[in-house]
Design a protein around this ligand. Sequence first.
Ligand SMILES: Cc1cc2nc3c(=O)[nH]c(=O)nc-3n(C[C@H](O)[C@H](O)[C@H](O)COP(=O)(O)O)c2cc1C
Length: 365
Amino acid sequence: MSGSIFGKMFRISTFGESHGAALGVVVDGCPSNIPITLEDIMKNMNRRKPGNGQIGTTRKEADEVEILSGVFEGKTTGTPIALLIRNTNQRSGDYGKIKEIYRPSHADYTFDQKYGIRDYRGGGRSSGRETAARVAAGSIAKLFLEQLGITVTAYTRSIGSVMVEDTDLHLSEISQNPVSMPNNKVAQQALELIAKAREDKDSIGGTVECIVTGLKPGIGETVFNKLDASLAYAIMGIGGVKAFEIGEGIRAASMYGSEYNDGFCVKEGKVTKTTNHSGGILGGMSDGSDILLKAHFKPTPSIAQSQQTITTHLENTTIEITGRHDPVIVPRAVVVVESMVALTLADLILCDLGANIENIKKLYR
Ligand SMILES: Cc1cc2nc3c(=O)[nH]c(=O)nc-3n(C[C@H](O)[C@H](O)[C@H](O)COP(=O)(O)O)c2cc1C
């Protein structure tokens, strides 16, 4: 099993390697009659796209998406939607060096051990480029959620030690700086840190935060498919993610119940909470408040400093990786996090439709 299928009812199947002919995805189970344009997809693709020389890899890919099926006269038809992204800027020669050497902290060694064959050009399926297909599919999930009044917004919360504090968070500024931070001033400091890491032939980690608004209570299941577990599965499946938090996350372990518990109250006839330490999830189901989650990324594995490693013939050696790599994964991963959250919610919302007979009666009659 190659683990390339995600979701039960809103299901995606991705394919393609970083330096193969193309990447792509088939989205199955998307309801019909959702208005969709290529621009809707490209707007997200452009946020993930490499090519920002200031912070990103210098690999320039247009990331143009072709809609091959499932859309007619600007609307989804309820049939499988196939999306293709051709690779146009492969420089496989860059990777000749790693043909017989395992990069530290990347998937080269483990992939070889598992399959006995490895597309060493750019990491194949383990490349960050694989996330292009997820972003294309996530765009469709977002359009589905928009129809229900649900929004998914992610941004860079921190890069290395440079972090946006709660009191300095301005969502309107996310699109105004190249690192997608909700604070332009802090973004400038982050850019300086990234430039320094690049100068030192190094890389740096960081955190993406995501907020979901408009989700009604009761989405997610109570036992194995808890909403927080499903979101963790989706987020931990992104290359480079090393930790996931919901609401207060790790900080909850050092809090008192009197501090952590979110009090319920009724405001203008609506159930609400006095605080949201639980991040909008209780007992594995959405509670109607905003979903708050964090994805913590490690530093980019490929760095130009000399590192100790081994060859495929099990000899000790060193490697300096000089291909086209991001000194930080986080800014390009913001839209990947949004996409995986949107895909998870689209799937769980469709799964929820059969949970209560009253709902089934309403839908059936
Ligand atoms: C958007 C994105 C871009 C990435 N770019 C790079 C890159 O340029 N160089 C690199 O070595 N790893 C990059 N990665 C990380 C690797 O894909 C990842 O570290 C590798 O597959 C090993 O998986 P693991 O870190 O989850 O163990 C990127 C990841 C994402 C999500």
